[in-house]
Design a protein around this ligand. Structure first.
Ligand code: PLP
Length: 446
């Protein structure tokens, strides 16, 4: 019988021998143990030594309704006992049908169909493969290239990862480079005023128009954009930018795919943020993570009726969207998502909107610290960007590890943050309250 500390050591040794974790540096392969968690409740996680920490990133932007949620756990159990699986090829469940109906009611405009996947990468991959199918059916097989932006993260399958444009993501991994075109990261300088934001939007929109003029609209099938670049460090585009990009896509028959894997299901106070927060109606919306509050792997793509209608009216009735996953429309995932929607509609969306100004103000109060370069915040997601204030090589090297160093220190004080190079991202469960926000900010300040 191991004591608590013994269990943790045993787990770490076994992990080093057998468990591969995401994004291992070559020097870490074989030493990949990460913080060992044994349990969690509400907004707190507990490590193997019994230390309790605030779950600042809500797992990976997903445990939005907190850990050990009895209502959700009951749905998981009941659905497993009622109908644990059904093949999406020739059967369907009440839960999948009902969820599709409710999502269609929440989605903007005519995005009234949903294709369910197993998570965010498979949702983005599905949207891109649908774009390819759509253009094949419409008789324009050259219209397939994909426009992405600096700082983007869209997943870890081949096509979705090919669009990743964060520093170093593509250095050692092959990407479908001939399919992808890059635009600048839409990142305003700290403190940019309204006129500066408008000028930046105009410049970025012109960059897109120039790219289309250079490459030809006939070769470009999709523009993919997170409404707020999450893993890029909560990058909030300048005012009007998303509407401009939407307009340019419409002018050139380029499909606008809004990647709401992080922003949907309440993170910005709405089920979908594209229209409610940013005033745009995309052609497709990808989602995952919060749809099941992290309790089951599920994602999906909302697809516009207009696109489906164009396919139906094509001259190719035999054409087939040859794409599907064993776990497409998984009844347990769909049942959990229905419960999550109930909870969001019953008060959690409203709660995010109510907490947003306090959350922003308290995090922005950290701006007076000399190592804080910028604080960006929207809904319940924020990023504290750090800098040494110096530009010599040694200081820049230190900056590369600042997020990790702050994270390690915060862990000792009882807070998990998500370190990203020189940034710390916070995206807490929506059940956070004023007192925990204060505690989190006090720890960050320390
Ligand atoms: N798209 C965005 C915007 C994401 O942030 C992520 C993951 O963080 C993904 C897609 C990929 O989702 P998943 O990890 O569920 O495959």
């Amino acid at each position: 019988e191991w004591d608590q500390a013994g269990r943790e050591q045993a787990a770490i040794r076994a992990a080093e021998q057998h468990l591969m974790q995401p994004w291992p540096a070559a020097e870490d392969i074989g030493a990949e143990a990460r913080m060992y968690l044994e349990q969690a409740e509400g907004i707190m996680v507990e490590d193997g030594a019994g230390n309790r920490l605030i779950d600042g990133p809500a797992g990976m932007w997903c445990v939005n309704l907190g850990h050990r949620h009895e209502g959700i756990a009951r749905v998981l159990y009941n659905q497993a006992m009622e109908l644990s699986y059904c093949s999406p090829w020739y059967t369907m469940s009440k839960q999948a049908v009902e969820l599709s109906q409710r999502l269609a009611a929440h989605a903007p405009g005519d995005l009234n169909h949903v294709f369910f996947t197993t998570g965010g990468s498979s949702a983005v991959e599905t949207a891109l493969r649908f774009m390819q199918f759509y253009n094949n059916v419409l008789g324009r097989p050259e219209k397939k290239r994909i426009v992405t932006r600096g700082g983007a993260y869209h997943g870890s399958t081949y096509l979705s990862a090919s669009m990743n444009a964060r520093p170093r993501d593509g250095d050692w991994m092959d990407q479908a480079r001939d399919l992808v075109l890059h635009l600048s990261e839409p990142k305003p300088a700290p403190g940019l005023d309204a006129a500066g934001q408008r000028a930046l939007t105009a410049r970025l929109a012109q960059e897109f128009r120039d790219l289309i003029a250079r490459e030809g609209a006939a070769s470009i099938g999709a523009f993919v954009a997170e409404p707020v670049q999450a893993s890029g460090g909560v990058v909030i585009a300048p005012e009007g930018y998303l509407r401009e990009m939407r307009q340019i896509c419409a002018e050139h028959d380029i499909l606008y795919i809004s990647d709401e894997v992080v922003t949907a299901f309440g993170r910005l106070g709405h089920v979908f943020a594209s229209e409610a927060v940013f005033g745009i109606q995309p052609d497709m919306i990808t989602f995952a993570k919060g749809v099941t509050a992290g309790y089951f792997p599920l994602g999906g793509v909302m697809i516009s009726e207009r696109l489906l209608e164009r396919i139906r009216q094509s001259n190719h009735p035999e054409a087939c969207f040859a794409h599907g996953l064993t776990y497409t429309s998984h009844p347990i995932g769909c049942a959990v998502a229905l419960k999550v929607l109930d909870l969001l509609e019953a008060g959690d969306l409203e709660r995010v909107r109510r907490l947003e100004p306090l959350f922003r103000a308290r995090l922005e109060s950290l701006r007076d610290l000399p190592i804080v370069k910028e604080v960006r915040s929207i809904g319940l997601m924020a990023c504290v960007e750090l800098a040494t204030g110096k530009s010599d090589a040694a200081s820049l090297a230190i900056e590369q590890k600042m997020g990790k160093r702050v994270d390690l220190h915060c862990q000792k004080l009882g807070l998990l943050v998500r370190p990203l190079i020189n940034m710390c991202v916070i995206s807490p469960p929506f059940i956070i309250d004023e007192a925990v926000i204060e505690r989190m900010v006090a720890i960050l300040r320390e």
